[in-house]
Ligand binder design. Sequence first.
Ligand SMILES: NC(=O)c1ccc[n+]([C@@H]2O[C@H](COP(=O)([O-])OP(=O)(O)OC[C@H]3O[C@@H](n4cnc5c(N)ncnc54)[C@H](OP(=O)(O)O)[C@@H]3O)[C@@H](O)[C@H]2O)c1
Length: 169
Amino acid sequence: MLPDTVLCVLGVLGDQHRAESDLDHATLVIRSNYEAPSLILGVFADRFVARGSGTIIGVSSVAGDRGRASNYVYGSAKAGFTAFLSGLRNRLARRGVHVVTVKPGFVRTRMIQGLRLPAPLIADPKMLGERIRKAAVTRRDVIHSQAVWWPMMAVIRAIPETIFKRLSL
Ligand SMILES: NC(=O)c1ccc[n+]([C@@H]2O[C@H](COP(=O)([O-])OP(=O)(O)OC[C@H]3O[C@@H](n4cnc5c(N)ncnc54)[C@H](OP(=O)(O)O)[C@@H]3O)[C@@H](O)[C@H]2O)c1
């Protein structure tokens, strides 16, 4: 039986430093954050189109908005997944199937355990779950874990590359 909604949360942060020299590790990060989520949601997309309804939700990341030295293997895979979701939404918009892209900042889960991050920017997973549910019901296209990420990432994306390469963000 086909569900009404499919939510893909699969993802691996990995270790950026290790991914720079360990091809197996880089492959795991890229495949887990881009290849596998895109392929599995593509399979659901075709079945939802055949039925004429459905909601597809993909959890990507703000890390995909700009490549940073500290996490660009993970970030570039998320960028690919974000673009995939955007294209899928564009393709399915008139076929009865809605696609929601979730771009969290930081969320208090196993993934960020042990990392030193600014507390006000860490979202509660239950709160994010509720945001995702509402986004699906109201047919939003793209949401973040907290509203502050919209302007923050807009600024980060706007920094010219010649300046950005000298920053440690
Ligand atoms: N936490 C954050 O700050 C944050 C920020 C931005 C985006 N995100 C994204 O949010 C999503 C959920 O992450 P999370 O924070 O809940 O982290 P998490 O607790 O580490 O959960 C990651 C999930 O992915 C599954 N997974 C990882 N590699 C897999 C593989 N190769 N095959 C099958 N399943 C695999 C894990 O399954 P197991 O439980 O079986 O290991 C787990 O269910 C991810 O896509 C992540 O990139 C998280």
